[in-house]
Structures are given as structure tokens and as C-alpha cells.
Design a protein around this ligand. Structure first.
Ligand code: SF4
Ligand code: SF4
Length: 220
């Protein structure tokens, strides 16, 4: 009977088309999740300053070794970032990137995040190596479109969704609380909806367990 039930489930799915035709004419396509890992952007603060401080943590954590960063002291008269240094050279080699977002997790200033763009192909190696000038958002805070990139509606939104969903380190006490800086063109973005009720219950349970442990320790 188990076998027949299994085939029954398969038969019920016949005619249930789940694929969405690819729109080659520039129209909207299947919606992508907010936290989609696509092509990176380098972010700027609301006042236009660059967030990257050239610390190279992203390059150090990258498992594919595809980021190259060089920091440089900020010119005192015209600083590029609010830090001591700024990302003078910044390159990502997309022939190697696996879009794991470890660079996003490692970045202390939320400088590097990802858009939803995944349709970019190259005809030469040089185009595959994105430079700082190509990655940095424009004066409206949106990613710059390079000639070979196929951006569709919504691909340039929620560029910091993954960072906002995971900061700070998954501690449920902070779920739903904005602990990130504002972005040029967007300000301080709202936290994801998530599951605040469940998170609050989880945080309360953790607090209670910690309290019990503390009491038990005191009795010893
Ligand atoms: S997404 Fe992963 S592989 Fe790509 S640059 Fe970042 S750390 Fe490296
Ligand atoms: S993107 Fe972030 S982690 Fe990478 S060099 Fe800049 S500040 Fe450091």
C-alpha cells in the first residue's frame, strides 16, 4: 500500500505546473526572497560617506579567496569614510565567488552586502572582476548597472536584507531591533518581520534557564 500511496502523490502532481516562463523581454520574473544572495554592493552612509574602512576582514573570511582589499589612510581634508582608513582598492572576482555571504557576516561596518541580481555573465575575465567603482552604490543608494547586467524590477531592493536578518549573531534578544546604520537613499531600514512572538518567548526561556543555572551555582 505504501508504494501505491507514493505513486498516488506523484499522479496528483501531474498537471501542476510550478515552473515560471523566463521573461526574456525585460519584464518582471519570479519574485526572489528578500535575503537572496546576488551580486554585491558596497554601501554608503546617509551622508554619502563610504562604509568600507579597508579592514580586510571580508577578504580574510572569504572561502573562495576572491576578494582583494587594500586600505588607505583617509585624507584629513576630504575623508572618504568615517574611519581611519577607507577601502582604496576593492575587488571581487565573480569567477570564484560562491555567494555564501560570509563576507557580509564578517564586515564590521555593514559595508558589503548583496543585491538580488544573479544574471550577469561575462565575455572576458576582466569584466568578471568587479572593482570598487563598480560595486559602490550610486548617489541615490542604488547599485550601479553595468552594461552586461540584466537587472529586473526589485533586484536592487533589500540589498542589506541578509545582514539585517542575521545581526547580531542570532541572539533572540535583539530580533526585530534595528542595530544597523542608515544607508544612503534609504535611511535606517526596518527589521525583517521574522517571528517576534516566538523570538520573545525564546529569549524569555533562555533568560529563565540562565537564571536557574545561576541559582543552582549559588547553592553549590
Ligand atoms: S559571498 Fe562568499 S565567496 Fe563570495 S566574496 Fe563573499 S565570502 Fe567570498
Ligand atoms: S567591506 Fe567591510 S570587512 Fe571588507 S574591508 Fe570593507 S569594512 Fe572591512
Amino acid at each position: 500500500m505504501g508504494l501505491l500511496e507514493g505513486f498516488g502523490i506523484t499522479l496528483k502532481q501531474i498537471g501542476n505546473v510550478v515552473t515560471v516562463p523566463y521573461d526574456k523581454d525585460g519584464g518582471p520574473k519570479r519574485p526572489k526572497p528578500e535575503r537572496f544572495h546576488g551580486r554585491h554592493v558596497l554601501n554608503r552612509y546617509e551622508d554619502g560617506m563610504e562604509k568600507c574602512i579597508g579592514c580586510e576582514l571580508c577578504a580574510g573570511v572569504c572561502p573562495a579567496k576572491c576578494i582583494y582589499v587594500r586600505g588607505k589612510d583617509n585624507p584629513p581634508d576630504a575623508p572618504v569614510s568615517p574611519g581611519e582608513r577607507f577601502g582604496f582598492v576593492y575587488e571581487i572576482n565573480y569567477l570564484r565567488c560562491i555567494h555564501c555571504d560570509l563576507c557580509v557576516e564578517a564586515c564590521p561596518t555593514e559595508a558589503i552586502t548583496e543585491s538580488k541580481l544573479f544574471e550577469f555573465s561575462f565575455t572576458n575575465r576582466q569584466d568578471a572582476i568587479y572593482t570598487r567603482e563598480e560595486l559602490i552604490v550610486d548617489d541615490s543608494g542604488k547599485p550601479k548597472q553595468l552594461p552586461w547586467e540584466d537587472w529586473r524590477e526589485g533586484d536592487d531592493e533589500h540589498t542589506s536584507a541578509w545582514m539585517r536578518a542575521t545581526a547580531p549573531g542570532g541572539d533572540p534578544h535583539y530580533e526585530g531591533k534595528p542595530l544597523w546604520s542608515g544607508e544612503l537613499g534609504y535611511g535606517v531600514r526596518a527589521p525583517e518581520g521574522g517571528q517576534p512572538a516566538e523570538a520573545a518567548a525564546k529569549a524569555a526561556a533562555l533568560d529563565e534557564a540562565a537564571h536557574d543555572d545561576h541559582d543552582a551555582g549559588a547553592h553549590h
